[in-house]
Write a protein of this length. Structure first.
Length: 204
């Protein structure tokens, strides 16, 4: 598990900045399947994730869940950061995929560090660049890429010849309905790309 000192931007802080961060950072542990914040909430603290994974997602038309990205250890969430710094509603929700541990830092501390540490300021901007690129790719895929291609890419991304996942789980991951996923999977099976098993899909 990462420690606070293991974050790259923390290594660049001087002694006074590091002491300030440690004095104001609050250590937390949260169990699996916990909602950290909901879409349209205004966040008051930024999470530095030391261990575990968090899913970020939003709801579109007809309350359809659209996954955005997964936050991993050593990362700081841009949705969380943007909402906290601007005090505006979060564009998505965050839910723990596993138990997590990390540090909470409030708006005042983050703005102080951004002012005092060019390294931290660059770190925050780099986060936005990386995640915005990922979100742009997601939007492009949803709008322009056929669902059968997206399903095959998702299955291959699991890096297993036999993927244990229900049609509902795949639908949630790709932001569509179970009925549509089931129909497209059947088509892919007829084309010889996959073999369907009970709660599992074999990638051929």
């Amino acid at each position: 598990m990462l420690q606070l000192e293991d974050f790259e931007f923390v290594k660049a802080l001087n002694a006074g900045q590091l002491a300030y961060l440690k004095q104001h950072a609050k250590k937390i542990s949260v169990p699996k399947d916990t909602i950290l914040f909901y879409q349209d909430d205004v966040c008051n603290d930024i999470l530095l994730l030391c261990d575990g994974e968090i899913e970020l997602y939003m709801y579109g038309e007809n309350d359809k869940k659209i996954p955005l990205y997964v936050l991993k250890e050593g990362e700081q969430c841009v949705i969380n950061t943007s909402s906290t710094l601007s005090q505006t509603p979060a564009i998505g929700s965050a839910q723990t995929l596993s138990s997590i541990q990390g540090w909470l830092v409030n708006e005042t501390v983050v703005k102080h560090l951004m002012h005092e540490s060019p390294t931290y300021l660059n770190y925050v901007f780099s986060l936005f660049t990386i995640k915005l690129d990922a979100l742009a790719t997601l939007i492009h895929d949803i709008k322009f890429k056929k669902l059968d291609s997206r399903i095959l890419e998702w299955l291959k991304a699991q890096h297993q010849p036999l993927v244990h996942a229900t049609h509902e789980e795949i639908a949630q991951a790709l932001g569509t309905s179970r009925v549509v996923i089931s129909r497209v999977l059947k088509d892919l099976e007829h084309q010889g790309f996959i073999t369907l098993h009970r709660k599992a899909i074999e990638v051929l």
